[in-house]
Ligand binder design. Structure first.
Ligand code: FES
Ligand code: FES
Length: 169
């Protein structure tokens, strides 16, 4: 008798039906079964934020969340949010400020930043720093990430858009 459970969820706008082991984590299901490599697996203990995804509009740690818990839910990863344009100005700003180097933390950072921009549009620089303190970056030292997010907050407050980075030949 199979111990697998049937689950069904909407992932980045597409209905997904699957059978999974009850203890399979959501991030493993997304990465290995659905080949969505945006959410990364870092500490596997809920500490680094690399595995961040959205479930029913809330950001969660995919390494602490079971795939069966997402049964019947709407799941969004950086891939889907990129396609919908939700992250566009943050992504532009991260590029402009060189706020990603290896990119390992970037999907989690972007999702955390998007939630901040939505929930605390008047956040101060200190509040930005505090907000992303649960997401670890081993490359940039955080200053450029904070700069990138602050620029988006300022631009949105003025109703402006972050201009696309121009490629140099
Ligand atoms: S891998 Fe999930 S928080 Fe680090
Ligand atoms: S850009 Fe490398 S860990 Fe953040």
């Amino acid at each position: 008798m199979s111990l697998k459970k049937k689950i069904s969820m909407t992932v980045n706008g597409t209905l997904v039906n699957a059978e999974v082991e009850p203890r399979r984590h959501l991030v493993d299901f997304l990465r290995e079964d659905l080949h969505l490599k945006g959410p990364h697996l870092g500490c596997e203990q809920g500490a680094c934020g690399a595995c961040t995804v959205k479930v029913d509009g809330q950001i969660i740690r995919g390494c602490l969340y079971l795939a069966v818990q997402a049964d019947g839910c709407v799941v969004e990863t950086v891939e889907g949010l990129t396609k919908s344009g939700v992250l566009a100005d943050l992504q532009e700003s991260f590029m402009r400020h060189n706020a990603m180097q290896c990119g390992f933390c970037s999907s989690g950072m972007l999702l955390a930043a998007a939630e901040l921009v939505e929930k605390q549009p008047k956040a101060s620089r200190e509040e930005v720093r505090e907000w992303i303190s649960g997401n670890y970056c081993r490359c940039t030292g955080y200053h450029s990430i904070v700069d990138a997010i602050v620029d988006v907050l300022n631009a949105r407050a003025k109703g402006q858009k972050i201009k696309p980075v121009t490629a140099h030949a």
